[in-house]
Design a protein around this ligand. Structure first.
Ligand code: G4P
Ligand code: NA
Ligand code: NA
Length: 190
């Protein structure tokens, strides 16, 4: 999505060789008008899929997901990272390892909000090593729901997330694909 590339060049900042800061519109301040443009592009990309639910992970996946949910007229469920007080047997849970942050964390989803009747579109803001995406797929599988598609706003194509997710048989649509952040310069895949 060319407009997203322009937006990243204008508002993004490379931090070292592998982190792209996009606090200006996605990870801290949110630009709602631009979130709607991202959502329109996702809607167009997945128009042939029958989707009854959007699924994402808190926090930064929520903004684009809500706009897409509005356009598709479907609910948005976000997987939670905080430990919940509700009974464990009422939850799907899985552990995720973050290479970027070098921590393990749990994500969970109430069984109330995901089940075998759901055909979900999985959305997230970033794909780096793919661990969050694989964890989300694991929860969707626990619920016996169906993954209809995976949409990522920004993929760091120089990391191995896409390969790991595709190895499990899923396609990934990324709205922008970064090939390098070398020397503070943001470069996109052709
Ligand atoms: P992975 O899931 O693809 O393996 O990624 P990883 O664990 O390495 O990423 C951990 C967190 O850092 C995720 O956010 C992810 O979105 C974010 N992240 C990874 N690389 C970048 C980057 O280059 N720029 C930015 N801005 N974020 C990046 P999170 O901890 O789940 O946070 P949030 O959703 O609450 O914002
Ligand atoms: Na994220
Ligand atoms: Na993030």
């Amino acid at each position: 999505m060319k407009e997203l590339e322009r937006y990243i060049l204008e508002h993004g900042e490379a931090l070292g060789e592998d982190i792209l800061k996009v606090d200006a519109f996605l990870n801290h301040q949110i630009d709602p008008m631009f979130m709607m443009e991202l959502a329109k592009d996702l809607k167009e990309h997945f128009k042939d899929k029958n989707i009854n639910k959007i699924v994402t992970i808190e926090t930064s996946g929520i903004a684009p997901s809500v706009f897409l949910g509005y356009l598709l007229n479907v609910p948005v469920v976000y997987f939670k990272k905080s430990t919940s007080k509700i009974l464990k047997d009422a939850l799907y849970q899985t552990k995720i390892h973050s290479f970027t942050k070098d921590i393990d964390y749990q994500i969970s989803c109430s069984k109330k909000y995901l089940n075998e009747n759901d055909h979900v579109l999985l959305i997230d803001d970033f794909m780096a090593n793919g661990e969050a995406c694989l964890g989300a797929i694991d929860l969707i599988k626990q619920a016996n729901a169906t993954v209809e598609g995976i949409g990522i706003v920004i993929e760091k194509a120089f990391q191995d997330g896409r390969a790991k997710v595709e190895a499990q048989g899923y396609q990934v649509y990324a709205q922008a694909r970064i090939s390098s952040l070398h020397d503070g310069e943001i470069t996109f895949c052709e």
